[in-house]
Design a protein around this ligand. Structure first.
Ligand code: IMP
Length: 425
């Protein structure tokens, strides 16, 4: 099983860091295929926690090659500062990291525009890292690929042309556009280092897959934030779903052996947009507190709610999921009852489908299940879980019509029940 895709099955923050780390134990290469510094995962280095946004979760494994694919948008300053932070903690990642020379650069004016728009009426609660405006430039064919960093004269020309387009927009939003000189000055301190990391990553990944190397294609964000398949317009500007891995890396669908979806035992969302199973009560607060549900990039409290099974079925369908990795099951410990949405009542009747275009008019139909009070962290097999927790897991598998490959029952690495390792055998 050489190439697997790992995607978020909800609105992101499903706990990818830990699970990708577990799956990369046997991997040769880990590749991020989309998004940018809007993602955030917490790495534990020794006793210290470190939040990384761009480098893949597999970075701590010294034998694993790390690749940032061309579907990504990369802020050179963020990347270099992450690498410096890792280096300070004894992790030398720069030599093992290859960055696509066709990935697009997030430049200071992208961040300015994202921030200014978020102050206005069109705000959707972005991470303000410039991700949306950078993808806009890419699609408008005036973006700047990182390969342009190799040629300062070309870079100057491209920045000038991009600013011609953006300066009136920035002014109309009440901001001041930087000059070409100012933009280039912010890039110069990192330019040479960036250039050293650049390469054509598509053939690298294709070659690794052909040579039967074990490759993890690491998604960022989640299915419901996908620009095509998510809760538009409250979405990110990339394609986090499994198909995005093919486009963002440059491999054909036939090269992918398995797609694993990460799903939290409940639901969270950051930023605006519909969230039908959201809880505004003590249970919601409790999940937020126990699950440490605060944004790792922005620190924002995440909205919390019950598991949405029609949404999960939708994610199984859109991504073609072969298996589910269930995370944060332990966060529900101590609740006398656990609820989950099994269907929706919509103006056109009851449906088990996810009514993505009428979420604001759809009412979740909730099913109550027995809760459990026993700590889960020590269990190493499903049989060692309390019966009610086991019932909940089985219920999720049945409703999602997708088998579980793993259950995470605590933040530590060993607090995990692995049912099937896609790289085994
Ligand atoms: P952007 O990606 O910064 O443009 O933000 C667009 C939407 O996606 C906002 O609702 C963000 O909160 C959300 N978003 C972006 N990245 C993540 C993530 O990694 N986890 C959860 N939500 C995210």
């Amino acid at each position: 099983m050489p190439a697997i895709v790992i995607v978020g099955a909800q609105w992101g923050d499903e706990g990818k860091g830990k699970i990708v780390d577990i799956f990369t134990e046997r991997a040769d290469m880990v590749v991020r295929y989309g998004g940018g510094p809007n993602a955030g995962h917490t790495l534990v280095v020794g006793d210290e926690k470190l939040v990384v946004r761009l480098v893949p979760s597999g970075v701590l494994r010294k034998d694993v090659a790390c690749v940032l694919g061309q579907g990504m948008v990369i802020d050179p300053r963020s990347l270099v500062s992450e690498l410096d932070d890792l280096e300070k903690r004894g992790v030398s990642a720069e030599q093992r990291l290859v960055v696509s020379d066709r990935a697009h650069a997030i430049l200071p004016y992208h961040v300015t525009i994202d921030g200014l728009r978020e102050q206005g009426r069109g705000a959707i609660g972005t991470t303000k890292r410039g991700v949306g405006p950078c993808y806009e430039d890419k699609v408008a064919r005036r973006g700047i690929v990182l390969g342009a960093f190799r040629d300062p004269a070309r870079l100057r020309d491209l920045v000038g042309r991009a600013l011609e387009g953006w300066a009136p927009v920035i002014a109309s939003l009440g901001g001041t556009a930087p000059s070409v000189e100012q933009v280039l000055e912010t890039l110069e301190p990192t330019r040479a280092r960036m250039v050293k990391m650049l390469a054509a990553t598509q053939p690298l990944v294709e070659r690794a897959i052909k040579a039967k190397k074990k490759v993890v294609l690491e998604g960022a964000q989640g299915t419901l934030l996908d620009v095509d398949h998510g809760t538009y317009p409250f979405v990110t500007s990339s394609t986090p779903t499994a198909g995005g891995a093919c486009v963002g890396v440059g491999i054909g669908p036939s090269r992918i052996d398995e797609v694993i979806g990460l799903v939290k035992a409940y639901t969270t969302r950051v930023g605006g947009g519909p969230f039908p199973t959201e809880l505004h009560d003590e249970v919601g607060n409790r999940i937020r507190k126990i699950g440490a549900e605060f944004g790792s990039v922005t620190g924002r409290p995440r909205r919390t709610g019950w598991l949405d099974l029609p949404a999960l079925r939708y994610a199984v369908s859109v991504n073609g999921l072969d298996g589910l990795a269930l995370t944060k099951l332990d966060v529900l410990t101590g609740l006398s009852e656990v609820e989950a949405c099994v269907a929706y009542d919509t103006p056109s009747g009851r449906t088990r489908d996810f009514p993505i275009d009428e979420l604001d008019r759809a009412k979740p139909v909730l099913k109550k299940l027995r809760g459990w009070t026993e700590e889960l962290g020590k269990a190493r097999s499903m049989e060692e879980l309390p019966l009610a927790a086991r019932d909940y897991v089985r219920f999720i598998e049945d409703e999602a019509e997708c088998p579980l490959v793993l259950a995470s029952i605590g933040p530590r690495r060993d607090e995990t029940i692995v049912l099937r390792d896609p790289f085994a055998g």
